[in-house]
Design a protein around this ligand. Structure first.
Ligand code: 8YV
Length: 326
């Protein structure tokens, strides 16, 4: 029997062709909702599901009685009902490693752009306002030599810390569930409780995954602990931050600026004041969005699903318990 895969979003032709050599593939290039009737019908026969950027509710699994695995084209998996998948023995595969360096580049882009006010000043030039030499009103703040506080020290956090310590001579602090002795000796990084890190850092950079524990980790209290000169950078998930508290902290000058790649609601609500604030650099969730990395992510997801549907262990597995049950 030929196994069946439902693919939604972001697969290039060579990758679709690769899957079609071995499986029957129902491809939904632009799927807006998991309520779509044709999608649900295909899912009813599917052994594998591959895609990204759609919330998959636990109830959808009822519509997929033959499902063996979901391969998400992302490292984050907050869109998936992991516990319920594990209970049903459905594997969840993600795409770590291949996006680490690109996402770390985005983190550093936000650090640099906010500190040196690059976007705001590029607009200044575009408007034709650069009539005379620039002066203090256009000055930014240094990045090199400052203190970088990493909230979360996983793969991406470590890659940003490496850029900061080795490229910009920054002192690195980090808060993380477990200590990272190798990074402490390689980068001189020091572990802190979150509150202490917030009080000491010039740049606070968030890379924690979104979990029930990290939802709204940053609220009024946390922003109040930060230095008035601090720059807050978030490249993880918008829901880690209580956005009204962030907006209030920026307005009151409790923190200096924010560089944001992620938002509580994506795409960003047209009513949000964030992209219009002079001290905010807002990007449209482009952490991993380069041609090279998105291709590598999609290929990893294709490799994961091919392996699982052939009875083999995938390269990147989120729910180990589901594999042990096989
Ligand atoms: C994805 C990301 O592009 O991998 C992740 O977790 O946030 C991005 O790289 C995003 O999930 C949209 O698919």
């Amino acid at each position: 029997m030929t196994k069946r895969i439902v693919a939604f979003s972001r697969l290039k032709q060579p990758q679709l062709d690769q899957l079609r050599q071995e499986f029957h593939v129902d491809y939904f290039e632009h799927l807006d909702s998991t309520e779509d009737a044709t999608f649900r019908e295909a899912l009813g026969k599917a052994h594998g599901l591959i895609g990204s950027s759609l919330k998959i509710p636990a109830s959808l699994l009822d519509a997929a009685p033959h499902l063996e695995a979901i391969a998400t084209i992302s490292v984050g998996y907050d869109n998936y009902p992991v516990e319920e998948m594990t209970r049903r023995g459905i594997l969840l595969c993600n795409t770590p490693d291949v996006l680490t360096e690109t996402t770390a580049d985005t983190g550093f882009l936000l650090i640099m752009a906010t500190a040196r006010r690059a976007i705001e000043l590029a607009e200044f030039v575009k408007r034709g306002d650069w009539q005379a030499g620039i002066g203090e009103p256009q000055f930014g703040s240094d990045v090199h030599g400052k203190t970088l506080g990493m909230v979360g020290m996983g793969r991406i956090g470590a890659a940003i810390a490496r850029r900061g310590a080795l490229g910009f001579d920054m002192k690195v602090l980090y808060s993380n569930a477990s200590p990272k002795p190798a990074l402490e000796s390689a980068l001189g990084a020091e572990r802190r409780e979150l509150d202490a890190l917030l009080a000491e850092s010039d740049f606070v950079c968030v890379t924690v995954p979104l979990t029930p524990e990290t939802e709204h980790l940053f609220g009024a209290r946390e922003f109040a602990l930060m230095k008035p000169s601090a720059i807050f950078v978030n490249i993880s998930r918008g829901k880690v931050v209580d956005e009204p508290s962030l907006i209030a902290a920026l307005e009151k000058g409790e923190i200096h600026a924010a560089g944001l790649d992620v938002f509580e609601q994506e795409p960003l609500s047209p009513e949000s004041p964030l992209p219009h604030m002079a001290n905010v650099v807002a990007l449209p969730h482009i952490g991993s969005a380069t041609h090279e990395t998105r291709l590598a992510m999609a290929q990893r997801a294709v490799d994961n699903i091919r392996l699982v549907l052939k009875g083999k262990r995938p390269i990147s597995l989120v729910n180990e318990a589901a594999w042990s049950r096989k």
